[in-house]
Design a protein around this ligand. Structure first.
Ligand SMILES: Nc1nc2c(ncn2[C@@H]2O[C@H](COP(=O)(O)OP(=O)(O)O[C@H]3O[C@H](CO)[C@@H](O)[C@H](O)[C@@H]3O)[C@@H](O)[C@H]2O)c(=O)[nH]1
Ligand SMILES: [Mg+2]
Length: 233
């Protein structure tokens, strides 16, 4: 469990969660985030950045803003403008001194967040990244082709760029807020190379990066049993 600090200097963790057509996943991920942060006595907020999802994600998000007040905020954009710029957009509204970036489709399970926070606190890391490619981390639900593409991209980047980070393309990360702000200012990539650019730039600038093994599970909709939901029944 993450050690608690005196309330005067209590850290605030802002989760930036870009969504596009995540109506079915959003209530469950929000419930799990609330459960995880509450159980660990951590101050948190969720910044949902939705890009005009046609499936009604925003209607669900508005209900969650009310149900979990004051922890959840919804920030919207009019069209599907991509993941990278969604993070940049969300950061403007986040009030935390730590920022967590994750996916809404359960590829990134909230249960790993306390481990990331523990590790960050222990070493005062600037960034803690979830890794599928070290320790007991792994990928589940992808076909061999996608696994090899991802693994290959990471081996290629590690060989050429030598950043010493085992999962460069993954996006499940905890950042010190100031570090993420600087990295956004120092990198242009906002597409699929963004995660890699952030990690490589961070290393080049001398920021410290810790790693927590995660199991990455391919997208979950409503009816697949998600670890940690037994108490909902
Ligand atoms: N706001 C917004 N959200 C988006 C958009 N596109 C995707 N999202 C949201 O971003 C998250 C990831 O999107 P997925 O479509 O599930 O991506 P993925 O293919 O599973 O890719 C994931 O794995 C890659 C590593 O292998 C990562 O590089 C990538 O960042 C992501 O985590 C989900 O929460 C999804 O709703 C967009 O244009 N706008
Ligand atoms: Mg996904």
């Amino acid at each position: 469990m993450a050690p608690s600090k005196p309330s005067a200097e209590k850290d605030v963790y802002s989760v930036i969660l870009p969504t596009y057509n995540e109506r079915q996943n959003l209530p469950i991920i929000t419930w799990l985030l609330n459960k995880t942060f509450s159980e660990h006595n951590l101050d948190w907020e969720l910044v949902i950045v939705d890009d005009g999802s046609p499936d009604g994600t925003q209607d669900v998000a508005k209900q969650l803003v009310k149900a979990y007040a004051p922890h959840v905020q919804l920030q919207t954009r009019t069209g599907k403008l991509g993941l990278g710029t969604a993070y940049v957009h969300g950061l403007q509204f986040a009030r935390g001194n730590y920022i967590i970036i994750m996916d809404a489709d359960f590829s990134h399970h909230p249960k790993f967040i306390p481990r990331m926070i523990d590790l960050q606190r222990k070493h005062d890391y600037d960034i803690v990244t979830g890794t599928r490619y070290a320790g007991d981390g792994g990928v589940y639900g992808w076909d061999l082709r996608r696994k090899l593409t991802s693994k290959g991209a990471n081996i290629f980047a590690d060989t050429v760029l030598r950043p010493g980070v085992s999962d460069l393309t993954g996006s499940f990360r905890l950042y010190k807020r100031g570090v993420l702000e600087k990295l956004f200012a120092q990198t242009d990539a906002r597409g699929f190379t963004m995660q890699m650019a952030l990690a490589v730039t961070a290393k080049a600038k001398g920021y410290s990066i810790g790693e927590v093994p995660i199991s990455f599970v391919d997208r979950v909709y409503g009816d697949i049993v998600v670890d940690g939901l037994r108490d909902l029944a």
